[in-house]
Design a binder for this molecule. Structure first.
Ligand SMILES: Nc1ncnc2c1ncn2[C@@H]1O[C@H](COP(=O)(O)OP(=O)(O)OP(=O)(O)O)[C@@H](O)[C@H]1O
Ligand SMILES: [Mg+2]
Length: 254
C-alpha cells in the first residue's frame, strides 16, 4: 500500500516542516514512512532532522545522470528521510520534473510518503507535490493571511484532483482555538489538530531533532500524534501510485 501526502500551506513559516516530521514520526509507529523535502528551492528539512552535514541530497538526484535516490535517503527517527540541500546553484541545476520519477521509486517501498512542500505556488517545482499527492495536509496559523493562502492551496489541490486530508492549525495561543474552529469551516476535510505555540518545537528545531524525538511528551507532540491518528492512510496500490507519478503532466503554475 502507499498514499502520498503533500504538507503545504501557501504562506511560509507556518510549520510545514515541523508538521511533516511530526506526522511522519507518529505514523512510523504503524507504517513504513518516507519523508521527502520537496521544497527544493528553500529546503530546510535537513536542519530539522540533523542532516545538515550529509554529503548527498535530493539536489544530487534531480540532475541528469545524478545519484540514485537511495544515496540521498537516510534512516532517521524510524523513518526514511530524503533531505534536500540549500545551495542556490544546486537548485538551479536541479530539474524539478525529475521529482516525479524519484517519488515513483520511493512509492515502491513505503506505506506513507510525506512531501514537505514549498510555501508559494509560483513555479513548477512549487506546485508539483500538490499536483502529485493523493491528499494534502494544509498547515495554517490562525491569521487572515495564512488562512487566505491556505484556501488557495485547497482550491488548487482540488482542481487537480488532490483531496484535502485536513487542516492543522499551528502555533495556537490562548483561545485562538475557537478562531481555528471557525476558519476550519472553509476547508474540506477535518481539523486534524490545533497545535499550541510551543517552546519545545523551537528547541527541537535548534537541536536538529524532530519534535516527537526531542519532546515526545510535550503538548504539541501529543497534538501531532492525534492529527496523525486522524489521517488514516489509504491503501493505494504501490504500482498504480508509482505509474501516476511517473506519467503525471505537471501544469504551469497558476
Ligand atoms: N507549534 C510551534 N510553536 C513554536 N514554534 C514553532 C511551532 N511550530 C513551528 N515552530 C517554529 O516556527 C519556525 C517555522 O517552522 P517550520 O520551519 O516548520 O515552518 P515551514 O512552514 O516549514 O517554513 P518554510 O515556509 O520556511 O519552509 C521554526 O523555527 C519552528 O521551530
Ligand atoms: Mg519548511
Amino acid at each position: 500500500m502507499v498514499e502520498a501526502f503533500a504538507v503545504a500551506s501557501g504562506k511560509g513559516g507556518t510549520g510545514k516542516t515541523t508538521s511533516t516530521l511530526a506526522l511522519g514520526m507518529a505514523l512510523a509507529e504503524e507504517y513504513d514512512v518516507t519523508v521527502v523535502d520537496a521544497d527544493t528551492g528553500m529546503a530546510n528539512l535537513l536542519f530539522h532532522a540533523g542532516l545538515a552535514d550529509v554529503e548527498t541530497t535530493l539536489h544530487d538526484v534531480l540532475v541528469e545522470g545524478g545519484a540514485p535516490v537511495e544515496a540521498a535517503t537516510y534512516e532517521r527517527f524510524g523513518m526514511r528521510v530524503v533531505p534536500c540541500g540549500t545551495s542556490l546553484a544546486a537548485f538551479e541545476a536541479a530539474e524539478p520534473e525529475r521529482l516525479r520519477a524519484v517519488v515513483a521509486d520511493l512509492a515502491a517501498d513505503a506505506d506513507v510518503l510525506l512531501l514537505d512542500s514549498p510555501a508559494t505556488l509560483g513555479s513548477k517545482s512549487a506546485i508539483l507535490p500538490i499536483v502529485l499527492a493523493d491528499r494534502v495536509v494544509i498547515v495554517l496559523q490562525a491569521t487572515i493571511p495564512a488562512v487566505s493562502d491556505g484556501l488557495k492551496v485547497q482550491e488548487y489541490a482540488l482542481s487537480y484532483g488532490t483531496d484535502v486530508a485536513g487542516t492543522i492549525f499551528n502555533r495556537v495561543r490562548g483561545d485562538v482555538e475557537s478562531a481555528a474552529e471557525k476558519a476550519d469551516r472553509y476547508f474540506e476535510g477535518p481539523l486534524l489538530a490545533t497545535v499550541p505555540e510551543s517552546e519545545a518545537a523551537q528547541q527541537a528545531r535548534a537541536a536538529g531533532r524532530p519534535l516527537l524525538a526531542h519532546a515526545p511528551d510535550s503538548e504539541a507532540a501529543t497534538a501531532y500524534r492525534a492529527a496523525a491518528a486522524r489521517l488514516d492512510p489509504r491503501d493505494g496500490d504501490s504500482g498504480d501510485v508509482a505509474d501516476r507519478f511517473r506519467s503525471a503532466v505537471v501544469p504551469d503554475p497558476p
